[in-house]
Design a binder for this molecule. Structure first.
Ligand code: NAD
Ligand code: TYD
Length: 352
């Protein structure tokens, strides 16, 4: 593998930290620059095990700041960018959509503009990889799956902002012939997941004997993928996709929220030495999320057939591994659930 400088944005977040670790460890000839603003969701503790490595650098910065981004591209002359930085939580997007437009849309366009200028000698030598979500496709009924050909139909301010950023990335490929690649992945779970999302929030609440808030009737379906399988898919796509290509990434692993939480309660009872059925009593149905998408399911046949990627973990095994990680990393959990996050938690659930 020849040497390269790669900027990974959002590398201090949940998925980004797994991508950074994988690239730093697997490609010692690559210089990996982690560009992150360190919002409430960014945490350098996630990368403590690799921060001393000679091929890793952290740069604190905001992708909304165009002058800063242009300067970084001019100084570092990256060969590629893997763009994960985003505001990522649907509930926060309902409360504050503008922040999502700024980071997810304007931030992405700033990166595209910086790349367009820095790489103009020959766009085919450089790659802009944009990491996106299946939520851009909208919601499914009881049947069917999202393919790469499914029309975009986002419903939440979060998914609308991600859809918009995807369109800009495609537009820069079509208009300027930049080498752009996009992947759209289903819900991730695993270590370092910020405890405002369903699985880590529920683990934290069960541990602390707090109510587990289930929106509506708990019948919404999500397709869960282990985060390290997503990081591996990003690696495979980054190295093998054709310019302008799109891949869906998913686990073929659909769960109704309520069934997932019941399984989680069972695992937690076992791990915490509680009598079976104890944690389920914490399940509390609360007011539904506005515009709550009923079902997501990803068809990742293209990725499997063309690039040979398949998910590695069964969900039960992955969920147990995830619970073990949270129980063994209490300090991480305490650090991220103090301060800013607790204020959000109180606002989010006070009136539900
Ligand atoms: P996250 O919220 O855990 O992390 C986001 C990271 O981006 C944080 O480190 C944060 O500090 C950084 N960031 C936010 N705003 C920034 C800014 N203006 N400038 C620089 N850095 C900024 O998110 P995640 O769950 O790891 O998601 C990463 C990417 O993957 C996002 O683009 C998201 O849309 C996409 N995605 C997530 C999922 C999922 O299940 N979590 C599924 C599919 C796709
Ligand atoms: P979440 O983890 O926020 O991911 P996304 O909205 O991107 O799919 O939510 C996963 C599912 O769990 C979604 O259907 C909303 C639901 N949910 C709850 O029922 N209670 C909660 O407290 C949260 C955060 C989510």
């Amino acid at each position: 593998m020849s040497s390269k400088t790669i900027i990974i944005t959002g590398g201090a977040g949940f998925i980004g930290s797994h991508v950074v670790r994988r690239f730093v460890n697997n490609y010692p000839d690559y210089q990996i620059i982690n560009l992150d603003k360190l919002t409430y969701a960014g945490n350098l503790e996630n990368l403590r095990d690799i921060e001393h490595k000679p091929n890793y650098t952290f740069v604190k910065g905001d992708i909304v700041d165009a002058a800063f981004i242009n300067g970084l591209f001019a100084a570092e002359k990256p060969d590629a960018i893997i763009h994960l930085a985003a505001e990522s939580h649907v509930d926060r997007s309902i409360t504050n959509p503008t922040e999502f437009v700024m980071t997810n849309v304007v931030g992405t366009v700033n990166l595209l503009n910086a790349a367009r200028e820095a790489w103009k000698d020959d766009y085919s030598k450089y790659r802009f990889y944009h990491v996106s979500t299946d939520e851009v496709y909208g919601a499914l009924g009881e049947t069917g799956m999202f393919t790469e050909a499914t029309k975009y139909d986002p419903h939440s301010p979060y998914s609308a902002s991600k859809a918009s950023s995807d369109h800009f990335v495609r537009a820069y490929h079509d208009t300027y012939k930049m080498d752009c690649v996009i992947s759209n992945c289903s819900n991730n779970y695993g270590a370092n997941h910020f405890p405002e999302k369903l699985i880590p929030l529920s683990i934290n609440n069960i541990k602390n004997n707090k109510p587990i808030p289930i929106y509506g009737k708990g019948e919404n379906v999500r397709d869960w993928l282990w985060v390290e399988d997503h990081a591996r898919a990003i690696d495979v796509i980054f190295h093998n996709a054709k310019a302008g290509d799109t891949y869906n990434i998913g686990g073929h692993n659909e769960w109704k929220n309520i069934d997932l939480i019941r399984l989680l309660c069972k695992i937690m009872d076992k791990k915490l030495g509680r009598e079976e059925g104890t944690s389920e009593k914490l399940i509390t149905y609360v007011t539904d999320r506005a515009g709550h998408d009923l079902r997501y399911a990803i068809d990742s046949a293209k990725l499997q057939k063309e690039l040979g990627w398949t998910p590695s973990l069964q969900f039960e095994e992955g969920l147990e591994k995830t619970v073990d990680w949270y129980l063994q990393n209490e300090e991480w959990l305490e650090n991220v659930t103090s301060g800013e996050y607790m204020k959000y938690y109180e606002n989010q659930y006070a009136t539900r």
